[in-house]
Design a protein around this ligand. Sequence first.
Ligand SMILES: [Zn+2]
Length: 455
Amino acid sequence: MKKQNEWVRKSLKRKKKEKDRGIVDLMMIMHHFFKELPLWIDEMKDPRHCSYITYSQCDLIYMGLLKNICGVKTMHAMEEQFNEKMCIDTLRILSGDNALVEMPHSDTLNYYLERLSPECLAGLRKKLVKTLIRMKSFQKGRLLGQYWRIILDGTGLFYFKEKHCDNCLVKTVTQENGTKVKTYYHKVLEAKLVLSDRIVISLDTEFIENEDEDISKQDCETEAAKRLLKRLAEDYPRLPVCIQGDNLYEAGPVMKMCRQKNWKYIFTHKAARQKLLDESYEWIRQGNAGVRLDRIGKEKGIGEYVNHVEETAGKEETANMFRYSCAVKEKEEKREITFRWLSNIELTEKNLEEMIYAARGRWKIENEGFNNQKNGIYDIEHLNSRNGNAMKNHYLLTQIADMIMQIYLAWNPLRKEIKQSIKNTSSRLLESFRRQPITDEDVLYIQRYTTVYLE
Ligand SMILES: [Zn+2]
């Protein structure tokens, strides 16, 4: 009996998979959400000398995007995997370059990315993001029905034993035997935009790097954040946003910057970082002047808050502070943990639960976001080129590909119906890009499909 059930389940799964249109559906999603993508790619300033141009910018950019989406991790593997007649035919439809007869060589892509200004791809991403923000589908992802959540998060990308370029950051680590070893590395600061619980995309990127090697003070995440926030205000002047980040940002200058730009913020609070605020919070709380709500959140924990702690602490910037304590199970052991935050959004009994959910979500996104990009289908730590400019462009291509991929994943029925993993979904796209012919009927479907439901 059990075996029979198993057979029925397997055949159902197979039937569902047979309906999967692979690359055709990816193209449909791209067309539906970003109809103008080919135009926008064409508009970028082509850095190549016109006598060398065999491939259009669309040919190269789409190939780079597909490398990421299909989970092809190295340039060499791309060379092998994409050397198929179907790949050429599909790329021709995607890029609209009727003269395309061969797949571009990986060196050709790198040659182009070494010369293309990263501002072009950053500008392209901005157009894609603005398109999504204008869509109705993502409006309900806003905090308290108003604020787009933007999460600041930095991470290390590439590490070298020897100096790689003049912009490398450098740190000296003392090993166990006492010898000092220098490490050269590149870091990046991301501003992620939360569109829904499942779709969190790259809104902007600031590369953390030294301007030249003879610099007295190294670039760091806080300095990079100032540059990024300044650009954000210029690029999205009227967007109602809530900036989120770890306790690195719980500091006067960043909070002041947010106030001046009319932004909301939620930052992780650490007692050692804002001592006066922390002591004032405790003092008010002990006087029973705080508000406490029991059995809230997924874990039925305790939430509490005090508004305007800055007045008691004699500080300039608004600090509405809140906490959440709950029991978590770690390796069979139950443990009580407390999360702490501060914000310039006025806390109420009504919004506390949503505020806690949003504040904790940041932690989840940081861990899953970069972790997915490092260990999942993309491998952003792999060096596709040693050239500093191409490194940035490869990184930005991955962020744009990830935006498209997340929307495709949120739409994909197989993800919901048979719980197909991200990795398998990506592998199926690769398989279909290499083997599946795109018919005229498919092209009509790609252009005609009008209603797209995302989970
Ligand atoms: Zn370097």
